[in-house]
Design a protein around this ligand. Sequence first.
Ligand SMILES: Cc1cc2nc3c(=O)[nH]c(=O)nc-3n(C[C@H](O)[C@H](O)[C@H](O)COP(=O)(O)OP(=O)(O)OC[C@H]3O[C@@H](n4cnc5c(N)ncnc54)[C@H](O)[C@@H]3O)c2cc1C
Length: 501
Amino acid sequence: MADPTDAPEPKPQRPQVDRKARFQIPPYRPSKQPPDERIKNFDEVYHLFAGDIARIEAERCIQCPAAPCQKACPVHNDIPGALWLLEQGDFNGAANIFRETSELPEMCGRLCPQERLCEGHCVVGKNALPVAIGKLETFTTEWQHANGGLPVITLPASSGKHVAVIGSGPAGIGVAERLVKHGHHVVIFEAWPKPGGILRYGIPNFKQNKAAVDRKFEELAALGVEVRCGVRVGDHISWEQVRREFDAVFVGVGASEGSRLNIPNEDAPGVISATDFLVRANLPPKDLPKEMREPLGAPRRVVVIGGGDTSMDCVRSARRLGAEEVTLVYRRTEAEMQGRVEERTHAQEEGVRFEYLASPVEVLVDGEGAVAGLRCVRMRLGEPDDTGRARPEPVPGSEFEIPAEMLVLAIGYNVDPEWGEIVPALTRDRWDRLVVDPDTMQTNLPGVFAGGDDVNGADLVVTALADAHRAADAIEAYLRTVIRQPDGEPRKLIGDSSLLG
Ligand SMILES: Cc1cc2nc3c(=O)[nH]c(=O)nc-3n(C[C@H](O)[C@H](O)[C@H](O)COP(=O)(O)OP(=O)(O)OC[C@H]3O[C@@H](n4cnc5c(N)ncnc54)[C@H](O)[C@@H]3O)c2cc1C
């Protein structure tokens, strides 16, 4: 029989609130660094909410029983529950509610496209600014760190089972944290010198500070998760060895292969991929592999090609590196852009020039073959394509040039096709994404699970976490079917071992 003292504490009942009165509360947002100041540093743009202001903003939540915000959140945070505690002044309790369903609430608060997730479904937002759910999530969870820290977790006895997690991005973090809390021994293999995936090697410091990433891995280490950095599976350790030494494997290797334009002179010196640009702009050389430590220099004019979050990160990093003229080239209009509105607004405030309905046709080079600019053609919007967005078409005879010393390619990411060589038996689709059962995230190989960008294609932190939750539940169930031999002996799986990839 279950021990009643193990049962979670009942959540406080929430009385019905006076909705009409709450609709009258004016919205608050945290303050930000002014644009002319913030382009001189890489610090986060937003300051944290002050506690008393956060309480007022949380009180704008009308506590709708249907909680559309919670439904729209890929990890289903109990947002009304957290905001109720927040408005009562129980910041710690509110943070704990966010932590029940998310391993990265500090990051999700800062990075999620809330306008199309929780805040986009906030009922208050129908007639006014929605409740600032993301900023409140960041406030409570950061407040908790600064005031006593996270709740102490008692781990169960060791299960004796070993799980390998390949990749230390959000998907790997989510799986590792959930499984270590079940008593399993978890080892994360990470190819970069430091852990965090795109949270460290991609997202700039002005959106998400790196100290929070370091702190996350300190927490995981305290729980017993082992992280082996600088270890690329398929290179420094073979897939077969990982399969032999671990009872289950989670593959969370992301989508790191930058797309190319396929236009003349694309390999000229001065053309750089978004990842290469962002990691060198945002990280100290010691955190980079040796071949990436060359400084970026100080280009005066930078053109960034692309229209998503990555391109906004690039233009804004370029401004912070001192570039005077930064132009974003995008082949559709602002209405078709898929990234966060907030980031676009920040880029505009920071003096970035947006060249909409323009598509690159040739990289211009100087006498020494280095980048001198970009030739573009004007576009117009035609019929919708298979994504439902208007298809851009070139306008004949409309070519124009933009002078620049550096061109950054931020036109999307794909899954690295190397997984076809590392594990030929792993089923992939025509875009090299790993194919999984969507309920369990299990691949076609028994005991091998996957999730995050390597399954979805380039997506979001929170969707990687949602995958991680399904995968961790399924791995936990799967591990119950694994027979352990006495220590030192090879493990044996129930079922058909000829299927092992
Ligand atoms: C510049 C940029 C900005 C972004 N901004 C946002 C944002 O504002 N909000 C948002 O929600 N999302 C954003 N995203 C997307 C988000 O970061 C990703 O969707 C998320 O990180 C995916 O998590 P993941 O764990 O699947 O993969 P990743 O974070 O990519 O982690 C995968 C890890 O696997 C490692 N790896 C790969 N191969 C191997 C191997 N063979 N052996 C060992 N390790 C390996 C990689 O080195 C990497 O560290 C952004 C992405 C980029 C590129």
